[in-house]
Design a protein around this ligand. Structure first.
Ligand SMILES: Cc1cc2nc3c(=O)[nH]c(=O)nc-3n(C[C@H](O)[C@H](O)[C@H](O)COP(=O)(O)OP(=O)(O)OC[C@H]3O[C@@H](n4cnc5c(N)ncnc54)[C@H](O)[C@@H]3O)c2cc1C
Length: 596
C-alpha cells in the first residue's frame, strides 16, 4: 500500500485549495492533491473580476457590499458570514496584489475596478465600480499567482491524483484515498485535517460554462458518508453563454456598457429591471432572456438573443442611461479600448463563432454556471453537520464545493473569486491550528478496501450500458426540467428519470480496462458522482415550494419567507434521502421584497 502522512491534506488546487494550502503550510506539514495539474483548475477560466469595496474610482464601502450580497442572495445568505467576507475583501485583494498579481491599473496607478451585476452605490441604487480585474483573465492571474506562492512555500503537490473516498475514524477526519492517474494505483493520505476544495458540479447540465472537471466529486464523496449538503436546489444560470456552446461571455461585457437586444431589435432589460437594467443580478437577467425567447422574441425564432458591445451602441446607451466617467464627462469608448479590456471574450467570439464583437452582436443564451449549494461550513471553513452547526472535527471545505452560506439563493458576480480567497485562507488557518493539537487517528487495516472494490467493479463491469449515453440523458433532463424554470410535474419526472439512470449506471461497461491514464474509467466514475448530486438537487428543488434567487418555480412563483426562509440540509441515510432545515442567520437586514 502507498501511504503518505501529512498534518493537513487539501483536496483541490483551484483558488480555494491553493489559498488553503498556502495558509496551512505556514503552520503545518501540508499536501495539496488535485486531479488536474493545478493551473488547469476552473478558477483559471474566471474572467470578470474579484469584488472588493476598495473605492478606487468612486465612493464605496464594505457595508454597501454586504447589503448588496444579502439582497442578491434573496435573503437566504447568512449575514454574519457575508459581512465577514465583504469586510475582509479589500485586504484580501491587496494581499494578492502584494504577491504580484498584475491587476489592471487606473491612470494614477491604483487597482482598476469595473461595475458588475448587483453591485451598487446604496445611496443612488446605480452600479458601482467594485470588480478588481486583470483584463478578462482575473482567475487565470489568481491561479498563477497563488501557485507560485505555494511553490515558494514548499507545499507538497500530488498532481493528477483523483480522490475517491474520505476516511472517517471515531467521528473525526482521518484521511482520503486517491488513485494516481498515471499508474492507476491507489494511495492513502493519512492526515489530521482534510480540506475539500473540489469546485462545483455544473457538468450535470446540458449547456454549461463549467469545465469538464466540474463533476461534484467532493459533494458526492461526503454524501456517501451520510454527511449533509446544504441548499443544493440553488444553482445559478448565467445569462450570457455563447449560443449552443455555453462558453461564458463575462458580465464584464455589460459592466463595460454592453446591452441585451431581442429578435425585434429592442433593448428589453429596462422592462424587467427598470433601475439597474442590463446589470440586474444573474437570475433576473437569465429569466428575462428566457421569457423573451419563450414569448417568441428570440432572434430568428431561435433560442438566443444578442449581446451588443459595439462601441457606437455602448456610447448611445451610456448617454441614454446617464452613465458618465467618474469625473462627469460623457462616457465614450473606442473599439481599441474594448479590445484591451475584453481581449479573451473578443477572441472566443472570433474563433468559435466567426463573429467580431466590435462590429457585430454576439448570439447568447443562459448557461449553467455556479452552484450556490454545497458542503455546509461556518465562516472558518469548518464543516458543520446539523442545524446546530455542530463541527465535524478535522474536516473543512472551501470554495465552490462549500456552502458558508454567503451566496444564499443567488451569487453576485465577482463574489466567488472573493469567497475562494477569503474562505480558502480561513480554512487553511483553522486546519493548521487544529493539526497543532490533534493526534492522527489510527487508520483501519485496509482503508482502501471500499474504494478498491467500487473502482474495480466499475472497471470490470460486464453490463451493456454506455456511460456517455447515460450522461447525455442526465444533462438534458436536468437542463430542461431542473433548470431556469421549474415546476412540480417536470421535476417529479426528472427525479424518476435520474433514478432510472442511476439503476442503468449499475450496468455500465467501460471498454478500456487498463491502468495507465484510464480516462474512460475516470469519466464513468465521475458520472456516478454527478448522478448522486443530480438526485439530491432534484429532491431539494421539489421540496422547496417557493421561488427564491436561482430557484424559480412556475407553480410557486412567490418568495415565501414565512415557510421557506431556511436552509435545506439534504443527506442520504441507508439509501434514503432525508431533508432537514437550518435557520438563516439574520443580523442587520430584515428581508425585504425584491425591487428590480
Ligand atoms: C467560465 C467561468 C467564469 C467565471 N468568472 C468568475 C468571475 O469573473 N468572478 C468570480 O468571482 N467568479 C467567477 N466564476 C466562478 C469562480 O471562478 C469559481 O467558482 C471558483 O474559481 C471556484 O474555485 P474553486 O477553488 O472552488 O474550484 P476550482 O478552481 O475548480 O478547483 C477545483 C479543484 O479541485 C480539484 N478536484 C476536483 N475533484 C477532485 C478529486 N476527486 N480529486 C482531486 N482533486 C479534485 C480539481 O483538480 C481542481 O484543482 C467563473 C466560473 C466560470 C466557470
Amino acid at each position: 500500500m502507498n501511504i503518505h502522512q501529512f498534518d493537513v491534506v487539501v483536496v483541490g488546487a483551484g483558488g480555494a485549495g491553493l489559498m488553503a494550502g498556502l495558509y496551512a503550510s505556514r503552520g503545518a506539514k501540508t499536501a495539496v492533491i488535485s486531479k488536474l495539474y493545478p493551473t488547469r483548475s476552473h478558477t483559471g477560466a474566471a474572467q470578470g473580476g474579484v469584488a472588493a469595496a476598495l473605492g478606487n474610482l468612486e465612493g464605496d464601502n464594505p457595508d454597501w457590499h454586504t447589503y448588496d450580497t444579502v439582497k442578491g442572495s434573496d435573503y437566504l445568505g447568512d449575514q454574519d458570514a457575508i459581512e465577514f467576507m465583504c469586510h475582509e475583501a479589500p485586504q484580501a485583494v491587496i494581499e494578492l496584489e502584494n504577491y504580484g498579481l498584475p491587476f489592471d491599473r487606473t491612470p494614477d496607478g491604483r487597482i482598476s475596478q469595473r461595475p458588475f451585476g448587483g453591485h451598487t452605490n446604496n445611496e443612488t441604487g446605480k452600479p458601482v465600480r467594485r470588480a478588481c480585474h486583470a483584463a478578462d483573465r482575473t482567475g487565470h492571474m489568481i491561479l498563477q499567482t497563488l501557485y507560485q506562492q505555494c511553490l515558494k512555500n514548499k507545499v507538497n503537490f500530488f498532481d493528477e491524483y483523483q480522490v475517491l473516498d474520505f476516511i472517517i475514524v471515531n467521528g473525526k477526519a482521518a484521511g482520503v484515498v486517491a488513485v494516481e492517474l498515471a499508474t492507476g494505483e491507489l494511495h492513502t493520505f493519512h492526515a489530521k485535517a482534510i480540506i475539500f476544495a473540489t469546485g462545483g458540479h455544473g457538468r450535470i447540465f446540458e449547456v454549461t460554462s463549467n469545465a469538464y472537471a466540474y463533476t461534484g466529486d467532493g459533494a458526492a464523496i461526503l454524501l456517501r458518508h451520510g454527511l449533509p449538503l446544504q441548499d443544493m436546489e440553488f444553482f445559478q444560470f448565467h445569462p450570457t453563454g455563447i449560443y449552443k456552446l455555453g462558453i461564458l461571455i463575462t458580465e464584464g461585457v455589460r459592466g463595460e456598457g454592453g446591452i441585451l437586444i431581442n429578435g425585434k431589435g429592442e433593448r428589453f432589460m429596462p422592462k424587467y429591471a427598470p433601475t439597474i437594467k442590463d446589470l440586474a443580478s444573474r437570475d433576473v437577467v437569465s429569466r428575462a432572456i428566457y421569457t423573451e425567447i419563450r414569448e417568441g422574441r428570440g432572434v430568428n425564432g431561435q433560442n438566443y438573443v444578442y449581446l451588443d458591445v459595439r462601441p457606437e451602441s455602448v456610447i448611445k446607451y451610456a448617454a441614454l442611461d446617464g452613465r458618465t466617467n467618474p469625473d462627469g464627462t460623457p462616457y465614450i469608448v473606442t473599439g481599441e479600448q474594448i479590445l484591451k479590456k475584453l481581449p479573451d471574450i473578443i477572441d472566443f467570439c472570433r474563433v468559435y463563432l466567426g463573429v467580431d464583437p466590435l462590429t457585430q452582436m454576439m448570439p447568447i443564451q443562459p448557461t449553467a454556471h455556479y452552484t450556490m449549494g454545497g458542503i455546509p461550513t461556518n465562516k472558518y471553513g469548518e464543516v458543520v453537520i446539523d442545524d446546530k452547526n455542530t463541527v465535524l472535527p478535522g474536516l473543512y471545505a472551501a470554495g465552490e464545493c462549500a456552502c458558508v452560506s454567503v451566496h444564499g439563493g443567488n451569487r453576485l458576480g465577482c463574489n466567488s473569486l472573493l469567497d475562494i480567497i477569503v474562505f480558502g485562507k480561513h480554512a487553511g488557518l483553522k486546519a493548521a491550528e487544529y493539526a497543532k493539537t490533534a493526534d492522527f487517528e489510527k487508520l483501519p487495516d485496509d482503508a482502501e478496501a471500499g474504494s478498491r472494490s467500487a473502482f474495480e467493479a466499475l472497471r470490470n463491469g460486464s453490463g451493456k450500458e454506455n456511460a456517455f449515453d447515460i450522461g447525455t440523458e442526465m444533462k438534458k433532463v436536468m437542463f430542461d426540467d431542473v433548470g431556469i424554470y421549474r415546476n412540480e410535474k417536470g421535476m417529479a419526472e426528472a427525479l424518476e428519470k435520474v433514478r432510472a439512470l442511476k439503476e442503468r449506471f449499475k450496468g455500465v461497461r467501460v471498454t478500456d480496462t487498463g491502468k495507465i491514464f484510464n480516462t474512460e474509467l475516470l469519466n464513468a466514475w465521475e458520472l456516478g458522482n454527478m448522478l448522486e448530486v443530480a438526485e439530491v438537487i432534484t429532491v431539494s428543488a421539489l421540496n422547496r415550494k417557493e421561488s427564491r434567487g436561482g430557484h424559480s418555480r412556475e407553480d410557486c412563483p412567490n418568495r415565501d419567507d414565512k415557510n421557506w426562509l431556511k436552509h435545506t440540509l439534504v443527506r442520504k441515510q441507508n439509501g434514503e434521502i432525508k431533508i432537514d432545515y437550518k435557520p438563516v442567520t439574520i443580523t442587520k437586514y430584515q428581508p425585504k421584497e425584491r425591487v428590480y
